[in-house]
Design a protein. Sequence first.
Length: 206
Amino acid sequence: MADTNEAPQAPRKKKGGKLLILVGIPIALLGSGGGAAVYGMQAGWFSVKPAEAESDEPRLVAKSEEKRAALKAEGGEGHGEGGASEGGHGKPTPKGEGGDKYASSYYPMEKEFTSNLQDSVHFIQVGIAVSTPYDERVLENIKTHEIAIRSQVLMALGETSEEEVFTAEGKRHIQDRLVKAINAVLKEKEGFGGVSNVYFTNFIVQ
């Protein structure tokens, strides 16, 4: 005779329902998370940048960076960032006030320039050097396009009047004109100028 006191067994749960629940949760989360990410990108919440996104344009070189590079080249790394004083006691050299924030790199043009003055029987012969606060790419661009630059400089010198060559202010006007002429060539050829000043290394009027 069967034992009537035996507890009835609980009905078995279907495995299919549990599987649907477990699979459905990640899909729901993935769907909501992906939608939020897409919406956030469209709304400008965050931007995705390449890991190695660098500008192709030349970079400004700070004076402190240039000094560290010089110390490293001379084997003076042990003095720290400030360097050692001339007395050799390891004290940092005091920094002066004022001055340019960025370092200047110079490039002297090898050949001099000779040009007639505007509406005059006289001519000038000048030697020039250019300076830039940017990295070596600007100087490399100048060397690459030196022929085009020389042509533009000669054209700019041809616009020089007698009044300009005999006064300091007039010579500064010539310098400004040459800076614009050189940067115009570099922008046309490379998309970036970078020359900040032109200096006379020779200046003769005949």
